[in-house]
Ligand binder design. Structure first.
Ligand code: FES
Length: 164
C-alpha cells in the first residue's frame, strides 16, 4: 500500500506540521516507509522523495547514512544485538552466538519463516543491562536464552494464529 494511501494521511500531515518545509520531514517519513514495506525499499524511497519534494538520490543517501533504516528486506522482528564492549563484558557475544544458533541464521540473516532478522550492532546506550537488544526500536534488556526462547515461541505462536 503506498504512503499516499489515506491510512497514512494524518501521520504525514503531522510530520509536515512539525517543520518549516517538507524536506525536513524526510526522516519521519522514511520511518513510515520502513513500517509499510518492512525496509526502505525503492518504492518507499520514491514515495518519500515525492512527498518531501526531494530528489530520490538525496533520500536514498539519508536512508543509507543511518543504521535505523534498513536497506534490505528483513524479518517482521528486527533484532539488533549490542555486542559492544560493555555488553560483551556482560556475555553479549555468547548470547548472540546462541541466538543465531537458535534461529538457524548467520549475522544479518533472516529466518525462513520471515519472522526474525538478527544482526549485531554497536552501543545502544543500555550498557548496564547486558545482554540486550533492540527489537523494532524497542529495547529488551537483561536477556538470557531462556527468556529469548520463550519470546521467540510466543512470536511464532502469534504468527501461526494470525495465519488461521
Ligand atoms: S555497550 Fe551495549 S548498550 Fe552500550
Amino acid at each position: 500500500m503506498p504512503l499516499t494511501d489515506k491510512k497514512y494521511a494524518d501521520r504525514i500531515q503531522t510530520a509536515f506540521a512539525k517543520y518549516p518545509d517538507k524536506r525536513s520531514a524526510v526522516m519521519p517519513l522514511l520511518y513510515l516507509a520502513q513500517e509499510e514495506y518492512g525496509w526502505v525499499s525503492p518504492e518507499g524511497i520514491a514515495e518519500v522523495a515525492e512527498l518531501c519534494e526531494m530528489d530520490p538520490t538525496q533520500v536514498k543517501s539519508i536512508a543509507g547514512f543511518y543504521t535505523m533504516y534498513s536497506e534490505h528486506p528483513k524479518g517482521k522482528y528486527w533484532l539488533q544485538v549490542c555486542t559492544d564492549l560493555c555488553c560483551a563484558l556482560g556475555g553479549a557475544d555468547q548470547f548472540y552466538e546462541e541466538l543465531k544458533q537458535e534461529l538457524g541464521v548467520d549475522d544479518g540473516g533472516t529466518t525462513e519463516d520471515g519472522l526474525f532478522t538478527v544482526e549485531h550492532v554497536m552501543c545502544l546506550a543500555a550498557c548496564d543491562k547486558p545482554p540486550m537488544l533492540q527489537c523494532n526500536f524497542h529495547y529488551m534488556e537483561n536477556l538470557n536464552m531462556d527468556k529469548m526462547r520463550a519470546w521467540i515461541a510466543e512470536k511464532r505462536a502469534e504468527a501461526a494464529k494470525a495465519k488461521k
